[in-house]
Write a protein that binds this ligand. Structure first.
Ligand code: NDP
Ligand code: 8X3
Length: 266
């Protein structure tokens, strides 16, 4: 199918889910707009995807926390690309894992400014384009942390509860314009997420995923693709997805705890 006139804008495309979603949609012929702070990674991904999939990739390097930078990037996007069919609000992070009584307030501000305010800045800038088109799809990346709070997750979970609420609110506010809104709420996935959360401590980050097979970024990209390629009259409002061994933010097991098939000879 020729999707080259379709444009997807993905925030947080320099790694993890965003990069995998960019790759998936490039492979399916979309024109891409990718964003993140790390310009070299955006340049590399642009060159790789354009070379491999013969599709057009635009990139914008900016910090989603800076409203002026967001608005400038979107203005430039309007001039270069003209329209956006799909917005993936993916950029986000957890910083630290501490009690409400001893958490780092700078970390709290970083998470709120990125996961909530940054998402709002982008949405406020792009949604009017979709409203003018009376068409579009916003995919918000939430988390299992948007559904169930876990110990020391306090502010990260609060930002993701906010994403859940905003997802529901967007669906209502944009309903009359034929704009789809979908939240994908992933559980534990091995990306750079834990490395960022634990300030580059590789051992601590790896340890989060020890003893089970976590979600991979490509799993979320496949799901985003599925949500985006449904017939026009079908909208997935939200879905929660975890690996086999995780039920919620607080209930997960190791692969070794999976009960093998009963011995039929007994
Ligand atoms: P990664 O750390 O691999 O990717 C995060 C992306 O967000 C990067 O591309 C990063 O780009 C971007 N980003 C972070 N801060 C900013 C900022 N201030 N301005 C612009 N871009 C920013 O993690 P994931 O792929 O796992 O995370 C993607 C989303 O998924 C996040 O919202 C996260 O909360 C959520 N999530 C992750 C889960 C997991 O277990 N991995 C599970 C559930 C949800 P750069 O640094 O270049 O700016
Ligand atoms: C990221 C998954 O479990 O670390 O949202 O909160 S978790």
């Amino acid at each position: 199918m020729n999707n080259s006139n379709k444009v997807i804008f993905i925030t947080g495309a320099t790694s993890g889910f965003g990069k995998a979603i960019a790759t998936k949609f490039a492979a399916n012929g979309y024109t891409l707009v990718i964003a993140g702070r790390r310009k070299e990674r955006l340049e590399q991904l642009q060159a790789y995807l354009e070379g491999k999939y013969n599709t057009k990739v635009h990139y914008f390097a900016f910090d989603i926390r800076h409203r002026k930078a967001v608005n400038e990037a979107v203005q430039s996007l309007k001039e270069k690309v003209g329209h956006v069919d799909i917005l993936v609000n993916n950029a986000g992070l957890a910083a630290g894992l501490s009690g409400i009584h001893d958490g780092n307030i700078d970390d709290w501000e970083t998470m709120i400014d990125t996961n909530v305010k940054g998402l709002l800045y982008i949405t406020r800038a792009i949604a009017p384009m979709m409203v003018n088109q009376s068409a579009g799809h916003i995919i918000n990346i939430g988390s299992t942390a948007a559904k169930v709070v876990y110990k020391n997750g306090n502010v990260y979970c609060a930002t993701k509860f906010a994403v859940d609420a905003l997802n529901q609110a967007m669906r209502i506010d944009l309903l009359h314009y034929g704009i789809k809104v979908t939240a994908i709420h992933p559980g534990m996935a091995e990306t750079e997420f834990s490395l960022v959360r634990f300030s580059g401590d590789e051992d601590r980050a790896k340890n989060v995923y020890n003893g089970f097979k976590p979600l991979q970024a490509e799993d979320i990209a496949d799901i985003a693709w599925y949500c985006a390629s449904l017939p026009p009259h079908v909208c997935i409002n939200e879905l929660t997805v975890t690996c086999l061994t995780q039920a919620t933010s607080v209930y997960s097991i190791k692969s070794a705890d999976l009960i093998p098939p009963a011995n039929t000879k007994d």
